[in-house]
Design a protein around this ligand. Structure first.
Ligand SMILES: [Ca+2]
Ligand SMILES: [Ca+2]
Length: 280
């Protein structure tokens, strides 16, 4: 009898629903601080529906509402991994998403490496069952992919960890200085969970100097002459010309690379922001 008592304490026996019961759980996915949308109609098609599936864009998973679990033929408890399988292979009216994968090593098209981590929260508590987790009715499930550090030890000016150092990295740094989504506006102190490699100089705050270091890196790599010409043209235009108009005009001046034109616009944006009162 003692053995029976132990079995009753196993988590799977604590489930309050049967495999075919119609239950709901809400799923949210955040990759480096950006929420990704989970479309309506995943797993729904004219020929039938898969289990689980979605009816709206709120991330609500409808579970147990039809036949077998996931892509298989068995009637069993649905796991979170089943949802990603359905989204990837049987997207239905939402369309299949070829990036739909989830495991401790990967979320969507982001692979976990020494500089990143994937974390799953169920109703606010860390859960390490990942794709094997069997959702309960009313669960709120959050999956996050984040950096382990605010600083990119491999290439400090590569803020997003993609494609090396580009104008996109400078734009991300300036956006953070402007909007302060991940750091304190007065002190530059970063929040707890790293989202991007925004701390270029690794001093534990995000300041205008971090953005400047990125701009300088791109500038060093670009051809100096056309760059300074582009910046002069940019600075002479004043502020009443829209960025799009300026971009077109700069692009027409000569065959300057798009990178140079983009950088000139970034520098204009940087100069126009009131960053001088922020902590360096
Ligand atoms: Ca980059
Ligand atoms: Ca810094």
């Amino acid at each position: 009898m003692a053995r029976l008592t132990i079995q009753e304490l196993e988590p799977r026996l604590a489930l309050s629903h049967a495999p075919a019961d119609h239950i709901h759980a809400t799923l949210g996915i955040e990759l480096q601080g950006e929420s990704i949308s989970i479309p309506a109609g995943i797993g729904l098609s004219e020929s039938g529906h898969f289990n689980p599936h979605t009816h709206d864009e709120a991330g609500e998973l409808h579970i147990g509402e039809g036949g077998p679990a996931g892509l298989g033929t068995q009637l069993r408890y649905v796991t979170l991994g089943d949802f990603f399988d359905v989204w990837r292979e049987r997207g239905g009216s939402a369309g299949s998403n070829r990036d739909s994968y989830f495991s401790p090593a990967q979320i969507m098209n982001y692979s976990v490496d020494s500089q990143s981590a994937v974390r799953m929260l169920v109703n606010g508590t860390v859960n390490e069952e990942f794709h094997n987790y069997i959702p309960h009715d009313g669960d709120v499930i959050e999956i996050e992919f984040n950096r382990r550090s605010w600083h990119n030890a491999v290439e400090p000016t590569d803020v997003d960890g993609e494609d090396g150092t580009t104008v996109a990295d400078a734009q991300i740094a300036i956006d953070e200085l402007t909007n302060r989504r991940f750091s304190d506006a007065d002190t530059g102190t970063v929040y707890v969970v790293p989202k991007k490699f925004l701390d270029v100089d690794n001093n534990s705050i995000i300041s205008p100097l971090d953005a400047l270091l990125i701009i300088n890196t791109i500038q060093r790599r670009s051809s100096a002459a056309p760059l300074s010409a582009a910046v002069i043209v940019a600075s002479e235009t004043g502020t009443d010309e829209s960025a799009e108009d300026l971009k077109t005009r700069l692009g027409n001046v000569d065959s300057r690379s798009q990178d140079v034109v983009d950088l000139a616009l970034i520098q204009m944006e940087y100069d126009q922001q009131e960053f001088s009162n922020q902590a360096l």
